[in-house]
Design a protein around this ligand. Structure first.
Ligand SMILES: [Zn+2]
Length: 692
């Protein structure tokens, strides 16, 4: 998926307005909140313990758009001023003393806490979850947005007892009083506030354990328990691998992970409590098409790289994202093998070669640079210094800066102690330089992986040889050739292959190759009809979706058969098969009665509604607008989508809306519909209508 890397948390707004206060060291934070999800309202208090080394006359706390009710220092009311961003507490603070600061407050957060599904009928949809990084936890708790202020937190959260509440740390007790339950979670070690998290929803969990005894508690929606195994497949293996590879034990008491609906990114590595997009909640048939393994390993690796040792700021962001991406790749190598690893690196190199080029120390670099160039930098670094020095350097770095902050220079220093290789060469080439060292990378791949070597030779041969493409390809297409090489060939050259050769590939029975044919063959010759038909039973929703669509197009006489064979299948989390199926069923004259078709139509057009996850909505909009004009309700759904919290979906919707606004008729319709929209939607639409 080409936009995958952009789905991790994105690097906006990295410069906090916060600053560390000289002479004041915050040690602990006890947060106590109750949440009313219907009003999107939080009432809370937070108590901070701090020590002083100097005297001062005020303390500053980040607090964004809160209602501050009361402030006490050592149990006495204190004067304060508040400008909507920063709370200044006036108090004569003496040197070398311990204090506590208690703040009572209310919040109606429009960021950092997200309330999903509370206005629709389905209680399974109801969720509350947080996103701290880039959004600031001080939207829901007065605190410290500076990443270098690390505290030991505990969280008490009161919520409707019919739901499950999850937060950082270990659940030490819970109490029920009437309809309200209070969950009390506590951390053992200090962490930055951007990693604070809680979530509430209809969750059930299962616990497994790492080899070292760390509880791994994994949550799933109560109506999706069958998907537990495929969704969380390899979690324990990843944890065991990371602990062994990094040689520093997992730093926190436990590890929890939970899916969230309409989550802003693929995943977020809150301390011990990863929240990830429920677009990765999959059944076992989907596993080969889309799975959580990469994101799972990435967020888990952050528990060391980012959470245990935290950057000072964006110029050190390589230490978070480059490292998490690299360790995820290593975990995938352990699980899926060497070819998987090197071909992923190859794909990343191709993207980076085509990219505009950015230095890894550039604080405003893109995710492509921080994640993928960042991972490549570590691959090459390890190659230069050798495994032993690399692992010792990593271990020493993590141990030296544990539970505190570090910059790139600190990492280099840690590693330099174990290697005679002059690391300043590496720094100049990989961290400071803008250009991606493509030649170095390609040579590395050629030296280390036979199938990539073959691909590069084959690709050259195809342009220079006087033989046909197929003749050249067949020289490499041996029985024990790598499946990755074959997939790569099919992704580029399917169109130059003869029907006989394609038949052989179909008959090989290799699902990954059959999928490539389903996706990359544009025209289906009549001789391949039976082969294509057989794809409808393959264990891949992508294969089935492509087969259904192409069979429907190229063999119209059998449309009823294809529809019958695929009815009732939903497919991937974006309902790829169901939505396509409804669309084709509506368009197939001889299929079903007009009454049934009306039901299909209602279902298809209903999928653009906010009742569904954004991936489903996006897919429905895409398919419906291929042929149909959007009815009023869908137009309203489109405006709603244009102000959605997930930026990929929001920009998709805005693009579609802009296209519609070029048509005078649609513009008039939208103008009339504006009265039926909520304030935020109306404001957005009015602006669009004025511009156009
Ligand atoms: Zn990350």
């Amino acid at each position: 998926m080409k936009y995958r890397f952009a789905l991790y948390w994105c690097f906006f707004l990295v410069f906090t307005t916060s600053f560390s206060q000289q002479g004041v060291d915050f040690i602990s934070g006890s947060i106590d909140i109750s949440i009313d999800p219907y009003q999107e309202f939080i009432k809370g208090s937070v108590r901070y313990g701090f020590k002083t080394s100097n005297k001062a006359d005020s303390i500053v706390v980040d607090a964004r758009k809160l209602n501050i009710l009361n402030v006490r220092v050592n149990k006495k009311n204190a004067n304060f001023s508040y400008d909507g961003n920063r709370l200044v507490v006036y108090k004569n603070i003496k040197a070398n003393r311990s204090y506590n600061l208690k703040i009572d407050y209310e919040a109606n957060p429009n960021k950092a806490v997200y309330f999903i599904g509370w206005d629709d009928e389905d209680p399974y949809n109801n969720q509350v979850w947080t996103q701290g990084q880039g959004k600031y936890s001080s939207h829901w708790v007065p605190g410290f947005d500076d990443m270098s202020e690390k505290l030991v937190f505990d969280l008490q959260i009161s919520f409707n007892k019919d739901y499950e509440v999850i937060a950082n740390g270990k659940l030490i007790e819970s109490q029920v009083s009437d309809s309200i339950k209070t969950w009390h979670y506590a951390m053992e070690y200090p962490m930055s506030s951007y990693l604070l998290a809680f979530a509430a929803g209809s969750y059930q969990s299962q616990i497994t354990q790492s080899l070292s005894g760390i509880p791994i508690q994994q949550y799933i929606y109560t109506d999706r328990v069958d998907d537990y195994e495929p969704t969380f497949r390899y979690s324990k293996e990843i944890m065991d691998f990371l602990e062994a590879e990094i040689s520093v034990p997992y730093p926190w008491q436990n590890y929890k992970q939970l899916p969230a609906r309409d989550f802003l990114y693929a995943g977020m590595e809150n301390t011990g409590t990863t929240i990830f997009s429920d677009g990765y909640l999959i059944d076992s048939l989907a596993f080969s098409d889309k799975n959580y393994v990469d994101v799972n390993a990435h967020e888990m690796a952050h528990q060391w790289f980012g959470n245990l040792v935290t950057e000072f700021g964006a110029k050190d962001h390589w230490l978070h994202e480059g490292f998490a991406t690299y360790y995820s790749l290593l975990a995938q190598k352990e699980i899926f093998g060497e070819d998987h690893y090197y071909w992923k690196l190859f794909e990343m190199a191709e993207r980076l070669k085509d990219g505009k080029g950015e230095a890894l120390i550039d604080p405003s670099a893109s995710s492509l640079t921080f994640y993928e160039k960042g991972a490549w930098a570590l691959v090459i670094l390890r190659d230069r210094v050798g495994d032993i020095a690399f692992r010792k350097g990593i271990q020493s770095f993590l141990e030296t800066y544990a539970f505190s902050n570090a910059g790139i220079a600190d990492f280099i220093k840690s590693l330099q102690a174990y290697t005679p290789y002059e690391l300043s060469y590496f720094e100049a080439e990989w961290l400071q330089a803008v250009d991606f060292p493509a030649d170095i990378v390609i040579n590395f791949l050629k030296e280390n992986n036979a199938s990539i070597r073959q691909w590069l030779v084959l690709r050259r041969e195809l342009t220079t040889s006087s033989d046909s493409n197929e003749v050249v390809i067949k020289r490499y297409w041996t029985e024990n050739a790598s499946i990755f090489l074959k997939k790569q060939i099919l992704s580029k050259f399917t169109k130059s292959l003869s029907v006989e050769f394609l038949k052989e590939i179909f008959d090989s029975g290799q699902p990954e190759l059959r999928k490539m044919l389903a996706v990359y063959l544009d025209r289906i010759p009549p001789e391949l009809r039976n082969e294509f038909r057989s794809l409808l039973d393959d264990n891949s929703y992508i294969t089935r979706e492509n087969a259904l669509f192409k069979l429907w197009v190229y063999f119209p006489g059998d449309r009823v058969e294809y529809l019958d064979r695929t009815s009732g299948i939903y497919g991937l989390p974006n309902y790829n098969i169901r939505i396509l199926w409804l669309f084709l069923a509506i368009l197939t004259q001889e299929y079903e009665t007009p009454d049934t078709k009306a039901i299909f139509r209602d279902e298809l057009f209903g999928y653009t509604s906010p009742d569904y996850p954004y991936e489903v909505r996006q897919n429905a909009f895409t398919i419906i607008t291929e042929v149909f004009e959007l009815p009023d309700q869908n137009l309203k759904d489109l405006v709603n989508a244009s102000v959605h919290d997930v930026w990929q979906f929001r920009s998709f919707a805005r693009q579609l809306l802009n296209d519609l606004l070029k048509d005078e008729k649609q513009k008039v319709r939208l103008r009339e519909l504006a009265v039926e929209l909520n304030e935020e939607e109306k404001r957005f639409l009015t602006k669009q209508l004025d511009v156009k």
